[in-house]
Ligand binder design. Structure first.
Ligand code: AMP
Ligand code: MG
Length: 491
């Protein structure tokens, strides 16, 4: 049943509903469940502006009511999207169990972005869940997704967080909240798995054609368009995962439902940034086998893309054998694509402009010294970029001193002056990341009603390549190293 909700005009809403025109099996039409007492906690000014919203009007009470799902903006056709997914390797039916897509905001520049409420109540896909979200995890998604945007890493973004005036029960009673998420789309690998397993080939084709039009218009009319689409998704993911690795981001739950078709990072649950360099780093408390460990992320991405390729087989060719061969060839390109992105990024992190075969060994050596001495990943590169090799044990080791000589000699073998190398390094290595203890500190203050700590953190993270003195405090490690840091999925 669709609940009655007031429609609100103004504030710059300009919604289209192309997804709701797909075959019915891809979604369920329903309105959000109103909440008792919506209060706007945070609103993203620059993002609101780029989407064509009037910030002041969004900030007033109607804004809070809309972001809480109590009122519906003009033009919205709220839907819960259907999708499936491999969760830790096990395939299952999922869908938006606690989220609703209001529609697609068409920006003044003509771009199209999904506007989704996360935590808006139960849906037919909720299974046993309450359809709700807690304030801490929603603010966590806000902080980390906006930090990722600051690093120039493709990501869904966060427009607003409201509290609902209601409590949710997780391990204990928590403050209820709703996040407004903005995405190029919410099409996932799992959306195609759903179509492939539970829909007709005609419906699968409708989904693929929709995706082509929305994300890959340049290949929309190609004869081999479904294969080209797969290849392009592989390219985007290879680029995305390399960016994660370069900045030390660990997603935590790379299930196929948490991998987008657009190439944006999505679903910030138990994610975190690596501190000491160690490829085996896992943060998620439920990832006991290290399936989604830092060093395993490229492998898992390729595994997920293979599941996508399987779903697309009937569209790639009528000849099954040929379809499998073409899909396999496409998937096998992932490793090289990923590696090229990664090494290009690593060269930039080290101020290297041209290419030499030995670069890979030079990079590998530095990483291995970092691993041996448990050096902080971000701060090692930060110190190199600042040319201030102090306050870290690694810099006093014989291995590092030898490596440093090799690296300096390498920089001298290119035509660009050293100053250019240091400039390149500063624009390729963030001076600060959302350090786990800083994020936790901001969230703890926020759930106790003080949002200033989070606002200051967000402000610092909005310009991570600034290399200013005001960033210094955010570059510091916690006094007691929290090696056993764990993030939880109970979001
Ligand atoms: P996630 O772990 O956030 O990727 O979610 C996996 C699946 O569980 C998705 O289908 C979500 O919609 C669903 N889900 C997560 N939390 C809840 C909740 N509190 N209530 C209902 N469904 C949920
Ligand atoms: Mg998810």
């Amino acid at each position: 049943m669709i609940t009655e909700t007031k429609t609100v005009v103004k504030a710059g809403w300009n919604l289209a509903n192309s997804y709701a025109q797909l075959p019915q099996s891809f979604f369920t039409r329903l309105n959000p469940n109103p909440v008792s007492s919506p209060k706007l906690i945070i609103l993203n000014h620059p993002l609101a502006k780029s989407l064509g919203f009037n910030f002041e009007e969004l900030k007033d009470n109607d804004g809070a009511a809309i972001f809480a799902g109590n009122e519906i903006p003009e033009g919205a056709v709220p839907i819960a999207q259907a999708y499936a997914g491999h969760q830790f390797g096990h395939f299952t039916m999922l869908g938006d169990g606690r989220a609703l897509l209001l529609g697609e905001q068409i920006t003044p520049k003509g771009q199209r972005f999904d506007i989704q409420l996360k935590g808006s109540g139960r849906t037919p896909y909720s299974r046993g869940g309450d359809g709700r979200a807690a304030l801490g995890p929603m603010l966590r998604e806000y902080i980390i997704s906006e930090a990722m945007h600051g690093f120039n890493i493709p990501t869904t973004r966060s427009l607003a967080v409201v509290t609902t005036g209601e409590t949710v029960f997780r391990e204990k009673e928590e403050i209820g909240a709703i996040l407004t998420r903005v995405a190029a789309s919410h099409l996932r690998v799992g959306t195609f798995q759903y179509a492939s397993n539970w829909c007709s080939v005609g419906e699968l084709k409708a989904l693929a054609d929709y995706t082509l039009k929305r994300h890959f218009p340049e290949i929309h009319n190609d004869e081999d368009r479904y294969l080209s689409m797969l290849e392009e998704i592989i390219r985007r993911q290879a680029s995305l995962i390399a960016k994660w690795q370069l900045v030390g981001f660990i997603h935590g739950v790379m299930n196929t439902d948490n991998m987008t078709i657009s190439g944006e990072t999505i679903d910030y649950g138990p994610c975190a940034f690596m501190d000491s360099y160690n490829p085996e780093t896992v943060f998620s408390s439920i990832d006991i086998y290290g399936r989604y460990a830092y060093g395993n992320q490229p492998n898992i991405a390729a595994w997920n893309l293979s599941r996508l390729a399987e779903a697309l087989l009937p569209l790639i060719s009528d000849n099954e054998e040929l379809a499998v061969k073409l899909a396999k060839d496409a998937i096998s390109s992932f490793d090289d694509l990923y590696h090229n992105n990664w090494i290009t990024g690593m060269r930039a992190k080290l101020g290297i402009f041209n290419t030499e075969i030995e670069d890979e060994a030079l990079i590998g050596k530095l990483l291995s010294i970092m691993e041996t001495y448990g050096a902080d990943y971000t701060n090692t590169f930060r110190a190199l970029a600042l040319n201030k090799l102090e306050d870290m044990m690694i810099f006093d080791t014989e291995e590092f001193v030898k490596w440093h000589e090799m690296w300096q000699a390498r920089l001298e073998r290119q035509k660009e002056p050293k100053e250019s190398s240091y400039e390149l390094m500063k624009s390729s290595n963030p001076a600060i990341i959302p350090r786990n203890h800083r994020v936790e500190e901001a969230l703890e203050a926020a759930v106790n009603g003080d949002y200033s700590v989070m606002e200051k953190l967000n402000d610092a993270l909005s310009n991570p390549f600034e290399y200013s003195a005001k960033q210094d405090e955010y570059a510091k490690l916690p006094k007691k190293r929290n090696c056993a840091y764990r993030t939880f999925c109970g979001t």
